[in-house]
Every structure is written in C-alpha cells, then in structure tokens.
Design a protein around this ligand. Structure first.
Ligand SMILES: N[C@@H](CCC(=O)N[C@@H](CS)C(=O)NCC(=O)O)C(=O)O
Length: 216
C-alpha cells in the first residue's frame, strides 16, 4: 500500500499548497490505492518522524518496498509505476525527469523567493528592497517557460509527471499581476487543475483541514 504523510492541520494560506498534495495527486493520476499518515506540528520533530523525514517535513512515503522522502523523488518513484505519469520509452522517461527537475530546480526557487516575501516578510525593510529583483527573476523564468510551452497543451506531447510538478509550482505564483502577464501559463495551470485526479486529490486534501477545524 502507498502511504504518505500529511499534516492534520495547516493555516489557511498553506491549504492547497502543502507539498504532500503532489504525492496525493500523482497517486490519483496513477489510480493506485493509498492511505495517509496524518501528523501534527509536534509529531514532525519527534525522533520517530525524523527517521523518516530528516527535515521534519511532509511528505514522506512508504510502499512496503521502499521508504523515502522529498516530493520530487516520490513523484518519480510513483511515475515508474504508471505510464499515465511517465512514458516507458527512454526519451519520454528522460524528458519527464528533466521537467520534474526543471520545475523544482529552475522554476520553484524563483517562485518561492517572491511568495515567501509576500507571505512572511512583506513589511520588513530588507524585503521591500529585495522584492523587485526577485520579481524580475521570476518574470524571466516564467517568460522562458511560456516561450517553451508556446501553444502546446503540455510541456511535451502528452501529460507527464513533469506537468504535475510544474502545475503545483505555478500554483504558488500567488501574485495575480504576475501570472496575468502570462495567459499561456495561466491556461496551462488551469488545465492541470481541471484534471479529475487533481480535483479529487484537492477535495481530499482540503477535507483534512475542514475536518480538523470542525473537531476543534
Ligand atoms: N523539498 C521538500 C519540501 C517539503 C516541504 O517544504 N514541506 C512543508 C509543507 S509544504 C513542511 O513540511 N514544512 C514544515 C517544516 O518545514 O517545518 C519536498 O519537496 O518534499
């Protein structure tokens, strides 16, 4: 059985954006059964959890055969189990892996730099000075990505784990004025979000926190 960790509660700003969602969405796309292991903010620093995820983060994952952490690595592991997420031919596999890493290494840092400022530091003097440069770099990365995408539906000739990861990264571009400059990317992100597996995974992800709110 595929099992991954998620938080039993997160604040509103994080709902829909917790990195556990990537794993949940991937398992839905692959049609694989799964269960979640809900942990609290206290549990994440307990020695037993740190043995599963050295940084005290979610997600970690276990399928009875392997135990692992890092959403990108987990996504690629799940993709090995399902052609829905990764073509079987060497070139298709290589392109899928390239896009998963591109999302995490080339795009996400640019997104996080701006989003972290806006969410956590926006009134700090250093953040006011840093933000314009961070936005400029994000715009560059988004321009490059939009340039690649052109009028394609997905990053390659079909949906892959690369699109799944890139969609989750683009969902963290919370600045409407930024994403509005890239109608191509906004439409691409919306295509990912419209997939039935995304919808189901998001419903279940959000239900976790709604249930926690109701129980409080
Ligand atoms: N690089 C990790 C990042 C995971 C991550 O940032 N998880 C966040 C939730 S979205 C978390 O657990 N934060 C709690 C913490 O860092 O203490 C991955 O992709 O799995």
């Amino acid at each position: 059985m595929n099992r991954f960790s998620s938080f039993d509660w997160v604040p509103d700003f994080a709902r829909g954006h917790v990195k556990e969602f990537r794993v949940r969405w991937a398992l839905e796309e692959a049609g694989l059964p799964y269960s979640e292991m809900c942990i609290s903010q206290d549990d994440k620093i307990a020695p037993a959890y740190l043995r599963k995820q050295p940084f005290g983060q979610v997600p970690c994952y276990d399928d009875g055969e392997v135990a692992m952490f890092e959403s990108g690595a987990i996504l690629l592991h799940i993709a090995e189990k399902s052609e829905v997420l990764m073509p079987r031919d060497p070139q298709g596999r290589a392109r899928t892996m390239s896009w998963v890493f591109a999302a995490l290494n080339s795009v996400e840092p640019a997104v996080s730099a701006v989003t972290h400022i806006d969410l956590f530091y926006k009134d700090e003097e250093w953040a006011k000075l840093r933000r314009p440069g961070a936005v400029e770099f994000l715009l560059l990365r988004l321009r490059q990505l939009a340039g690649w995408l052109g009028d394609r539906e997905w990053l390659e000739d079909r949906f892959t784990a690369g699109d799944l990861m890139m969609t989750t990264v683009l969902r963290d571009v919370r600045q409407d004025d930024v994403i509005a400059q890239f109608p191509t990317l906004r439409a691409y992100r919306a295509r990912g979000e419209a997939r039935p597996a995304f919808q189901k995974a998001m419903r279940d992800h959000l239900a976790l926190f709604a249930n926690a709110d109701a129980a409080a």
